[in-house]
Design a protein around this ligand. Structure first.
Ligand code: SF4
Length: 242
């Protein structure tokens, strides 16, 4: 099977396992989604969600966050990891957006192509390809941009979609280029979500559950671990919380 067909086969099998279309979990404006993404880095969803809510409750708008004492922002987001680093980073990004655009909004990104919008976002301090794609895909912009998190990246390496030496950052453009050019935002979002879910629920970092994986016959890593196996029909189960 060539790479293009393999990408599609993996997508369709995982869509059958996890259910596509996957519901969007946010309906935030793009600036709010950007802040939410920054808070979520290396943080459990429940904790980053609580930090985001606390920040919104403490400050009536993003201008107030930008101008507040950094200690007050840090206190509001204490539920997320590294609030002492995230508070000044969020403030510096908000100030950079206001300095460049004259207003605190990212709604103008809707008028750019996906490539232009990602380039604009990635010029901001501390914004990489995962965050730029998340802002465009997860926010109300609903644009066809592919984020790659560590789970998605691990599954892509093990199934042979990308080489093991390709880091998460540069893998964004390689994995996006493998998807059909006419896929819409929902299909691109689904691709990210099902690969991420597969990494969370079956292709664990340690001890992947290859014996019940629907991708085993497509996966060199899994076959090396336990030999060729017919396609498993079972839907993967959730990994117990750490
Ligand atoms: S066969 Fe194993 S290593 Fe390959 S994708 Fe499935 S769980 Fe991951």
């Amino acid at each position: 099977m060539d790479l293009r067909n393999k990408v599609l086969e993996i997508h369709h099998r995982l869509c059958r396992a996890y259910g596509c279309p996957v519901s969007y979990f946010h309906a935030l404006d793009p600036l709010s989604e950007l802040v939410s993404s920054l808070l979520s880095h290396r943080t459990r969803n429940a904790d980053s969600g609580a930090a985001f809510k606390a920040l919104r409750a403490r400050f009536p708008d993003w201008a107030e966050v930008a101008g507040a004492p950094v200690a007050a922002v840090e206190a509001a987001i204490v539920r997320c990891t590294w609030p002492e680093q995230k508070a000044p980073r969020i403030q510096s990004i908000l100030r950079a957006i206001e300095a460049e655009r004259g207003t605190l909004s990212l709604d103008f990104l809707a008028d750019m192509t996906v490539e232009q919008a990602r380039t604009w976002l990635e010029r901001l301090p501390g914004i990489g390809p995962k965050t730029s794609a998340a802002v465009l895909s997860f926010s109300t912009l609903r644009r066809p941009a592919l984020p790659v998190d560590s789970h998605h990246h691990r599954v892509a390496i093990r199934t042979g979609l990308i080489p093991a030496a390709l880091a998460v950052g540069p893998s964004h453009r390689v994995l996006a280029a493998q998807l059909p050019a006419d896929w819409d935002a929902q299909q691109i979002y689904d691709n990210h979500e099902v690969l991420m879910l597969h990494g969370q629920r079956c292709c664990f970092h340690r001890s992947p559950a290859c014996g019940r994986c629907p991708l085993l016959d497509l996966c060199p890593f899994g076959q090396q671990r336990q030999g060729p196996h017919p396609v498993a029909a079972a839907v993967p189960q959730a990994e117990a919380p750490a």
